[in-house]
Ligand binder design. Structure first.
Ligand code: ADP
Ligand code: ADP
Length: 228
């Protein structure tokens, strides 16, 4: 994935939220964007999956400009997990996980199997959780379902915006370990956003340390960042 001179200036804001970010992310790499609240991390992710349009600059995935990918193609390519888990409250766990695979045209049978597989993957017993509603889950369980939902259509790219922000430290540690295992097994390209430096160091193959307006202070391996 390549971000090229990416800029977002929200209408009416005195300064751009993101000002000229250029970054190359390798396929299969887990890159963490770490920086203080308000430095533009979420804005970067939301531009990558086209929830918002950049003011200027370009984003390409496997050499293809994201503006050339249709909305369904984009859902197929990019999974998205957010802090609030992003679950639809009126849908069961199974319906939430099934939503994107259905949207991109998977068969009923394939979707059904996939839902079970995803629940197993994030450590939730399908028999127990399949038919529950999000409000019937703990915060940590909701976040697991959010991750399962993001992975369900097997996208090569995963964008994660503080996905473990709302869980207790022990569950968080466990989910972090699961994410590391997942990425080793599934070789996803992951862009992970956090304001927690320790989380960045634990998870990142490389870490982009961001200042205001997403100016990149450092972009390197955890080892290199810790010795600098
Ligand atoms: P972070 O994810 O690093 O906390 P954000 O990308 O959410 O940062 O926000 C970056 C800046 O852009 C902040 O100053 C925020 O107030 C502003 N901002 C975010 N979303 C909007 C919006 N929809 N309209 C106007 N300003 C916004
Ligand atoms: P919010 O209202 O919290 O800002 P968003 O607009 O970011 O929520 O997203 C709305 C819903 O769409 C969320 O459930 C999110 O998980 C889902 N979503 C957004 N983009 C994608 C994507 N590329 N792939 C899968 N789901 C997505």
């Amino acid at each position: 994935m390549r971000l090229e001179n990416l800029t977002k200036h929200y209408p009416g804001a005195p300064l751009p939220a993101v000002d000229g970010v250029t970054m190359d992310i390798n396929a299969g790499e887990l890159v963490v964007l770490v920086g203080p609240s308000g430095c533009g991390k979420s804005t970067c992710l939301r531009m990558i999956n086209r929830l918002i349009e950049p003011t200027s600059g370009r984003i390409s995935i496997d050499g293809e400009d994201v503006t050339d990918i249709d909305p369904v193609g984009l859902r197929r390519k990019i999974g998205y997990a957010i802090q609030a888990s992003g679950l639809f409250p009126h849908m069961t766990v199974a319906e939430n996980i099934a939503q994107v695979p259905r949207m991109v045209g998977w068969s009923k049978k394939k979707v059904k199997n996939r839902v079970e597989e995803m629940l197993d993957l994030v450590g939730l017993d399908p028999r127990e959780f399949h038919s529950r509603y999000p409000r019937q889950l703990s915060g940590g369980q909701q976040q697991r379902v959010g991750v399962a939902r993001a992975l369900a259509a097997d996208p090569p790219v995963l964008l994660m915006d503080e996905p473990f922000g709302a869980v207790d430290p022990i569950t968080r540690d466990h989910l972090q370990d699961e994410l590391i295992r997942l990425q080793r097994e599934l070789h996803k390209t992951i862009v992970f956003v956090t304001h927690d430096f320790d989380e960045a160091i634990k998870l990142g193959d490389r870490i982009a340390v961001l200042r205001e307006q997403s100016h990149i202070a450092q972009f390197d391996t955890p080892e290199a960042i810790l010795t600098n």
